[in-house]
Design a protein around this ligand. Structure first.
Ligand SMILES: [Mg+2]
Length: 181
């Protein structure tokens, strides 16, 4: 059995913890939340990168390292325990966003050592996910993501070994049940 994990809001508490922390840091540096939120909304779909964000508000570059360092505390520890059990050779990450920012976050949290390959994509996850399914066509491949839109164009006819799990408040429970099937 192989596993494909999304990173933000699956392995890493991006929305609930990292972003909150980011807005707090910016507030402390004198950027009100409504101003940073407005800017975030304009760049979100455009491959958000924290370094650009800091540059936009003329903030110090070292804030990037500082904020990244704190990211270590924002990992989903339950999911990490599971990844360790599943084994590096069975796990992949397919994440959406800015290549450098995603790789920096994955590296600083140490999650890079728990997966065999990491794919950072800027548009659809379809190709990366289906390539993994093709590579392991005799095994079940479970793809876990918190956004249902990433499941929409997948070819389940061509890849009957693919199973998707929407990572919501019952995400871990659903995943464990699927593994036991
Ligand atoms: Mg996500």
């Amino acid at each position: 059995m192989k596993f494909i994990f999304d990173f933000d809001d699956v392995l890493f508490y991006n929305t609930k913890q990292f972003k909150e922390y980011m807005y707090e840091c910016l507030e402390k540096a004198g950027i009100p939340r409504d101003v940073s939120l407005k800017y975030y909304k304009t760049v979100r779909e455009n491959q958000f990168w924290l370094k650009d964000f800091l540059r936009h508000f003329s903030l110090e570059e070292n804030m990037y390292e500082k904020m990244l360092n704190r990211s270590k505390g924002f990992v989903n520890t339950e999911m990490l325990t599971l990844l360790k059990k599943l084994g590096k050779e069975n796990c992949y990450i397919v994440t959406h966003g800015n290549e450098q920012f995603q790789r920096d976050k994955i590296k600083i949290t140490g999650i890079d050592s728990l997966v065999s390959e990491i794919f950072v994509i800027s548009e659809s996850k379809k190709e990366a996910v289906e390539n993994i399914c093709a590579k392991h066509k005799n095994e079940k491949v479970i793809f876990v993501d918190d956004k249902a839109k990433h499941f929409e164009n997948l070819d389940f006819k061509k890849y009957p070994n693919l199973k998707t799990i929407l990572y919501d408040e019952r995400g871990l429970e659903k995943l464990v049940l699927e593994i036991k099937k």
